[in-house]
Design a protein around this ligand. Structure first.
Ligand SMILES: Nc1ccn([C@@H]2O[C@H](COP(=O)(O)OP(=O)(O)OP(=O)(O)O)[C@@H](O)[C@H]2O)c(=O)n1
Ligand SMILES: C[C@](O)(CO)[C@H](O)COP(=O)(O)O
Length: 251
């Protein structure tokens, strides 16, 4: 790993992978473009990462940056928000965002899923504080709360009738969330080293781990749920409506 850590003041930019097609959600449009109160989940995610003023610019990886919707979105915040072309995997999309961010002088990147629109500001602050300080980087995560069971592998592959084989010790287990904050050059090298199409590369921390780093686990929030299945969208929609109502009654 070549990247050295400089003493210059850090320049933090966000990368939002938003080029997926949401196959598990099976909605009429990819999940990041589903709307709640006239705003897409992507717009809520952009607003969420911009709530910390240390985020200087935001690079969003999408399938087709020339689409009218993105051109209009960019016009709302022309200096801060940029769209780049995403790739065939989440990691390829993230790489495209990192390259665009470093070309603008980013020393650090904060990667956040477009499909996590309810990120609380306090959790965002925690992961930025640690990610800028710790050379191994930092990610939001939540300790596993419930009892964990390993299922018997069914020879018929029958998903509907799982049975328990054993319990799994949950003491040291955490569920990874985003944002994940890393030195930009180190993360780019780590993803390229592991291979952006490697199926084990499910998040940025996996690439850093592959290179021997041990990123910090920073307590996230159950509100920072990723929309993966239709039931997740129902929760996220209700939370966003509550958050919107609170903000309206404050203003
Ligand atoms: N080629 C890809 C695949 C995923 N993503 C983004 O990565 C985030 C998290 O990935 P995931 O939930 O797996 O999204 P999808 O790949 O869209 O969903 P699925 O796996 O169900 O198809 C999403 O914001 C998604 O848009 C991306 O930018 N480029
Ligand atoms: C990066 C991630 O959000 C961490 O939880 C997640 O791994 C990405 O999505 P997937 O469901 O693993 O495809």
């Amino acid at each position: 790993m070549k990247a050295s850590v400089s003493n210059d003041p850090p320049s933090l930019m966000a990368v939002i992978p938003a080029a997926g097609n949401g196959s598990r959600m099976q909605s009429r449009v990819p999940k990041q473009f589903l709307t709640v109160a006239d705003k897409t989940l992507l717009e809520y995610s952009i607003e969420a990462v911009c709530r910390d003023s240390r985020v200087e610019q935001v690079f969003i990886a999408v399938s087709n940056p020339d689409t009218d919707y993105f051109v209009e979105l960019k016009q709302k915040q022309p200096t801060k928000v940029h769209f780049v072309k995403g790739g065939n995997s989440r990691a390829e999309s993230v790489l495209a965002g990192i390259k665009a961010a470093t070309s603008q002088g980013a020393t650090h990147v904060l990667v956040h899923d477009a499909a996590r629109p309810c990120l609380p500001e306090t959790a965002l602050k925690r992961v930025i504080d640690e990610g800028l300080k710790d050379p191994q980087g930092a990610i939001l995560a939540i300790p596993v709360r419930d009892s964990l069971k390993r299922a018997v592998v069914s020879s018929q592959g029958d998903k509907g009738s799982a049975h328990i084989e054993s319990s799994v010790e949950r003491e040291a287990l955490w569920q990874a969330q985003t944002p994940q904050v890393f030195n930009a050059e180190r993360l780019q090298q780590a993803i390229e080293h592991m291979g952006a199409l490697n199926p084990q590369l499910t998040d940025e921390a996996s690439a850093m781990q592959w290179c021997g780093f041990q990123p910090a686990l920073i307590p996230g929030s159950i509100r920072n749920l990723k929309v993966t299945h239709p039931e997740d969208f129902e929760c996220v929609r209700d939370w966003l409506l509550v958050i919107n109502n609170k903000e309206e009654s404050r203003s």
